[in-house]
Design a protein around this ligand. Structure first.
Ligand SMILES: [Zn+2]
Length: 506
């Protein structure tokens, strides 16, 4: 698909940083989005137009940009300007709106002050919440790349709250009486954690820190593809149990702040769990380690004085006859990430086609969301899988971050806390980690990037994963990504992972 002239004057709305969207603000010409001097002034930038170019001062930076005359006025490409000042452009699926965000450049935090610098001026608001006492600062008009930030003090955290807002939270008893800061719009957000209200609020009582006593551990199933692990205890730790994979057929349930009597055994009456053992992680932390006969998804919970793990086998019986939708990320005018002259969209398409061919070879039915260089909206991609009643959805991407050569490795994403997606991701991770020859950055919930997760995974009604197979702006990763033999190995790795996922343990 080629993008033709948009109808002048502009038919693209632009939402710049924290400002509301301005309708008909830009004119799309090919891959460039032109704005006129009115728009430049409206976002608070200054400029002087010369012959064929414009000097622009925006966000503390001086830029010199070529101009294009549209309706008798000199216009500049706002996407290029945004890129030069360290902004990020996000298109809506129908390309009628582009949102331009700043990026968190750095965070310097101590117990007494926090300073957050952004590439484009942001709007910040703060408020307090209790139980436990926290100070929350919401910064609108920016995105954050957690990988490039310095470590924060242990009681501070930062994350992408929604597409347009970054949330910074400090959790400490003092936050019950800290003075709530106010901010002016700008590229620096600076506040104190040691200025207090004159009338202190009452501190919340701290929960009991007495460890719980584990009494009995039992495991049973109903003869089907489900099982339940139950850990009975006495006491109230105030800390929830958690569980994670250590490989597709090993699940570890951990009870923090717990003690277990010596020689405690697991009463095991399950046919889908091979072995269950107690592991002590320290004086007051106890785990139950399960080896399962085939990959199982899990959900962890607690009811009264019982912590539990519900286990479930996915569809099993092999890969043959399964319907898999393979999604090549980006396409058409959306190139995705780029680095060293190579585009994410092209490598994603090639990898997806190789994966489709390998899956077909293994007897599965495959649908590709695109099989050439076309643009497909984010909503349409999972819709293809939903309409077809697919068993799995697999989206192929390559990563990039704001600083070239700063980050290397593979990440397998699943949606929010979907147990099936998490299991599928663990299966893929286990094989890709062995065969990619790149650092294994693990499986990640897509909530680590956006509160609502990724649109393509959110929309899929079946288990899905999004593969980020290396960083295209890292030289080491790129040397692999651009190697057809490596892409073939990645396609074969995913097929092997799906064989594991669908295996019945025989
Ligand atoms: Zn991508």
């Amino acid at each position: 698909m080629t993008v033709a002239w948009a109808k002048p004057p502009g038919d693209v709305a632009i939402q710049f940083a924290h400002n509301p969207a301005i309708p008909s603000a830009g004119t799309l010409v090919g891959e460039r989005l032109y704005v006129n001097p009115d728009f430049i002034q409206r976002i608070g930038w200054t400029f002087s137009a010369g012959r064929g170019q414009m000097a622009v001062n925006g966000e503390g930076r001086n830029l010199r940009l070529p101009t294009k005359e549209i309706q008798g006025r000199p216009c500049i490409d706002i996407l290029e300007a945004a890129r030069l000042i360290g902004g990020k452009a996000e298109w809506s699926p129908d390309r009628k709106l582009v949102a331009i965000h700043g990026v968190v450049r750095s965070v310097e935090a101590t117990d007494s002050t926090v300073r957050i610098d952004t590439t484009i001026g942001a709007k910040a608001t703060a408020f307090r919440i209790s139980d436990p006492p926290r100070l929350v600062v919401d910064i609108t008009g920016v995105e954050v790349d957690l990988e490039r930030l310095q470590p924060l003090p242990p009681n501070h955290r930062i994350g992408q709250f929604n597409a347009n807002t970054v949330r910074y939270v400090i959790e400490a008893p003092d936050m019950a009486r800290v003075k709530v800061p106010t901010f002016t719009k700008g590229r620096t957000i600076l506040f104190s954690l040691t200025q207090f209200e004159t009338k202190p609020a009452k501190a919340a009582p701290s929960p009991s820190s007495e460890p719980i006593q584990i009494r009995a551990v039992s495991l049973g199933d109903d003869g089907t593809a489900q099982a339940k692990l139950m850990v009975g205890f006495e006491g109230a730790s105030g800390q929830r149990p958690s569980a994670r994979y250590e490989g597709p057929t090993r699940i570890v349930l951990t009870l923090p702040n717990a003690v277990a009597p010596a020689g405690l055994e697991v009463r095991d009456n399950s046919s889908i769990v091979k072995s269950a053992a107690i592991r002590l992680n320290g004086p007051t932390s106890v785990s139950v380690v399960l080896e399962t006969v085939r990959p199982l998804s899990f959900t962890v919970g607690q009811q009264g004085e019982v912590a539990y793990l519900k286990l479930r086998a996915p569809l099993f019986g092999g890969l043959a006859g399964r319907l898999i939708v393979v999604d090549a990320g980006h396409g058409g005018h959306d190139s995705g990430a780029k680095g060293g002259g190579t585009l994410e969209k092209a490598n994603a398409l090639d990898t997806a086609k190789r994966l489709a061919a390998e899956l077909a070879e293994a007897g599965a039915s495959v649908i590709l969301t695109r099989d050439d260089d076309t643009f497909v909206t984010l909503n349409e991609r999972p819709a293809v899988a939903n309409r077809a009643g697919a068993d799995l959805f697999i989206s192929c991407h390559f990563n990039s971050n704001t600083v070239a050569n700063s980050r290397s490795g593979t990440i397998i994403f699943y949606h929010r806390d979907d147990p099936e997606g998490k299991l599928l991701a663990e299966c893929v991770r286990s094989v890709v980690a062995k065969r990619s020859d790149l650092p294994d950055l693990g499986t990640w919930s897509d909530q680590r990037i956006y509160q609502s997760g990724f649109a393509v995974l959110r929309g899929a009604e079946m288990p899905g994963v999004l593969l980020e197979l290396g960083f295209i702006n890292h030289a080491t990763d790129r040397s692999k990504i651009t190697d057809p033999a490596w892409r073939q190995a990645m396609a074969e790795s995913v097929v092997e992972a799906l064989r594991i996922y669908f295996s019945n343990g025989q």
